[in-house]
Design a protein around this ligand. Structure first.
Ligand SMILES: [Fe+2]
Ligand SMILES: [Fe+2]
Length: 477
C-alpha cells in the first residue's frame, strides 16, 4: 500500500477517535499549558490559532487570552489547492464569514504574519510528527514562513490521537511542541493533567540510564519494565549497563539480544565486558553495545557512538573505566573521554551526551563528572552496584550521579547470593562460587531530562523501581 493510501485510511480512523473524546474530556488544563508554553517562547509576537471545525479542540480561549495580553492573533485562510495559507487578524469581536472546508474566516482581510502556529491534527506520535488533513496546507505554509525566519509550530490534540508512529514522507517536519488534552493521571497535580507527550512542549529529551543488570532476576525485571517505562515515561532513549547480566559475569549474546528487543537503545559493559565468550563476536557487528573506551587497544567493538533518534536528534554515549581500585590497570580514562567528547560537541552535533564512568572509587567518578561538566548531559557511575544519593546538576549543566546502583536483588551482597560472600568475609575461605541472588530485582538508575537545543540537564531523577528499595520515580510524567 502506498503512503497516501495508508494515510487516508488512518485519517478516517483517527477522525473517529477524536470525535469520540471531543467534548468529553475537560480542555482547561491543556488550555493553560498552551498559554504557558506560548508565553515562554522567545521572540513571539504574532500567533496563529484556528477557528475549530468538527471535533477540533477549541483554541479560542487561548487566542482570546493572547489578544488580551497584546499578542497579534490571526487565523489561517485557505487560498486554494496547492497554495500556502494566508493569515487574517482575529480578535474575539471579529466579524466572520464562511471560508473553505466549512471553517469560518474573518470578513475583513487584515493580513498578519505569524511566528508561532497552533495547529489542529488528527494524530501525533512521540517524535512529534503529526497527521493532518492531507491538503498539505500547513506543510507548504510552514516552508514559506520559515524562509522569513524561525516559526514554531505547536499541536493541540487529545491523548486519544496518539500513535506509536505517524507514517511520514520526506517533507514532513516534527512539531516543536504538542499540548495534549488528557485525563487527570494524578489528582491534584496540574502538570499531570498533560499526558507524557506534552513534554515535547518544553523541548526536552527523556533519557533513562539503568545500572548494572545482575543475573536472571535483574534481566527479568529489565525485560518486563522497559516497554512499560518507555510508554509511561515516554522515554526517548534507554541505556542499560549489562556487564553482570549473565550469571553475574559479563553479557552473553542471547541476553544482549533480549535486552535490545525489550527496548534498550544502547547497552554499556564494563570490566566484565568480555567474560562471556560470545560477546567478542557480537560486539563487532552490534553498534548498540559499547565496551569501555579504554578497555584495551585490541578489544573489539567501540567505546563511544552517536545514535540518531526518531526525531533526528543525536545522542552520544561513551563509557570509560576508572583506574583506582580496579582489578586491572586500564589506560587513562580522562584523556580518552576528552578526545571522545570533542567528536560530539554538546548542543552542536549531539543533542545529548551520556557518559558511563565504570569505576570503584567515588572520588574518581566525581572528578570525571567535573571533568565533563558542560560537555555532557549526564555523567553517571556504574560498577559498585549501590545507588548513591548525590543526583545533581553540576555548575556547567551536566547531570551527575556517582553510582546508578544495580538492577538486581538487593537482598544480597552487591547482587550475589549472600551466603558465599558472607562466609568468605567471616571465615576468610572460599567455599563455593558466587551466584546471583534470585529474589525480585529493583531497577536502579537515573532519568535525565535534557534541553534538546543546549543538551544541558534540566532535571535529574534517581530511579528505583520494583523490588526492595524505596521507590523513586520522576514526577509529572
Ligand atoms: Fe557491575
Ligand atoms: Fe564492573
Amino acid at each position: 500500500m502506498d503512503l497516501d493510501r495508508i494515510k487516508s485510511d488512518l485519517r478516517r480512523d483517527m477522525a473517529a477517535r477524536r470525535k469520540a473524546v471531543h467534548g468529553v474530556v475537560a480542555i482547561e488544563p491543556a488550555t493553560a499549558a498552551m498559554l504557558k508554553w506560548i508565553r515562554a517562547a522567545a521572540g513571539v509576537e504574532v500567533v496563529s490559532g484556528y477557528l475549530p471545525i468538527r471535533s477540533e479542540i477549541d483554541p479560542r480561549p487561548v487566542m482570546s487570552a493572547l489578544v488580551a495580553e497584546g499578542y497579534g492573533v490571526c487565523v489561517p485562510v485557505v487560498e486554494g489547492p496547492g497554495l500556502a495559507l494566508s493569515f487574517r487578524a482575529w480578535t474575539p469581536d471579529t466579524a466572520l464569514i464562511a471560508g473553505a472546508y466549512g471553517a469560518a474566516i474573518p470578513a475583513e482581510d487584515r493580513p498578519l504574519k505569524p511566528d508561532l502556529l497552533m495547529v489542529p491534527l488528527l494524530a501525533f506520535d512521540p517524535a512529534g510528527y503529526r497527521l493532518g488533513y492531507g491538503g498539505g496546507y500547513y506543510d507548504r505554509t510552514l516552508a514559506a514562513l520559515a524562509a522569513g525566519g524561525r516559526v514554531r509550530c505547536v499541536g493541540f490534540a487529545y491523548e486519544a490521537q496518539a500513535l506509536d508512529a505517524v507514517p511520514r514522507g520526506p517533507y514532513d517536519q516534527p512539531l516543536d511542541a504538542l499540548v495534549i488534552v488528557a485525563r487527570f493521571r494524578r489528582v491534584g497535580r496540574v502538570d499531570a493533567c498533560l499526558s507524557r507527550v506534552a513534554r515535547l512542549a518544553v523541548g526536552c529529551l527523556y533519557i533513562l540510564f539503568l545500572g548494572d543488570v545482575v543475573g536472571r532476576s535483574g534481566r527479568a525485571a529489565v525485560l518486563a519494565a522497559l516497554p512499560v517505562l518507555r510508554r509511561d515515561w515516554s522515554l526517548d532513549f534507554i541505556i542499560v549497563n549489562g556487564e553482570n547480566a549473565s550469571a553475574g559475569m559479563g553479557l552473553s549474546a542471547a541476553h544482549a539480544r533480549e535486552m535490545l528487543e525489550a527496548g534498550a537503545d544502547c547497552i554499556t559493559l564494563g570490566d566484565h565486558a568480555f567474560d562471556q565468550k560470545d560477546m567478542t563476536a557480537l560486539i563487532a557487528g552490534e553498534p548498540r553495545i559499547l565496551r569501555p573506551l579504554n578497555y584495551a587497544k585490541t578489544a573489539p567493538g567501540q567505546g563511544s557512538r552517536l545514535y540518531t533518534l526518531a526525531n533526528g536528534d543525536k545522542v552520544f554515549v561513551a563509557q570509560v573505566l576508572g583506574q583506582v581500585f580496579m582489578r586491572r590497570a586500564f589506560e587513562d580514562p580522562f584523556g580518552q573521554i576528552d578526545a571522545a567528547l570533542k567528536t560530539a560537541p554538546l548542543g552542536g552535533l549531539a543533542a545529548a551526551v551520556i557518559v558511563d564512568v565504570h569505576a570503584e572509587a567515588t572520588s574518581e567518578k566525581m572528578a570525571m563528572g567535573h571533568f565533563c561538566d558542560g560537555r555532557a548531559s549526564l555523567v553517571v557511575g556504574t560498577h559498585t552496584h549501590v545507588p548513591t544519593a548525590d543526583a545533581q546538576i553540576l555548575p556547567g549543566g551536566t547531570g551527575y550521579l556517582t553510582d546508578a546502583g544495580m538492577c538486581g536483588d538487593y537482598n544480597s551482597v552487591i547482587g550475589m547470593d549472600k551466603a558465599e560472600p558472607l562466609g568468605r568475609f567471616v571465615t576468610g575461605m572460599p567455599k563455593n562460587r558466587f551466584t546471583p541472588a534470585l529474589g525480585p530485582a529493583t531497577l536502579a538508575g537515573v532519568l535525565v531530562e535534557t534541553d534538546r537545543k543546549t543538551g544541558q540537564a534540566k532535571r535529574v531523577t534517581p530511579v528505583r523501581y520494583g523490588g526492595r528499595l524505596s521507590p523513586s520515580a520522576p514526577q509529572g510524567v
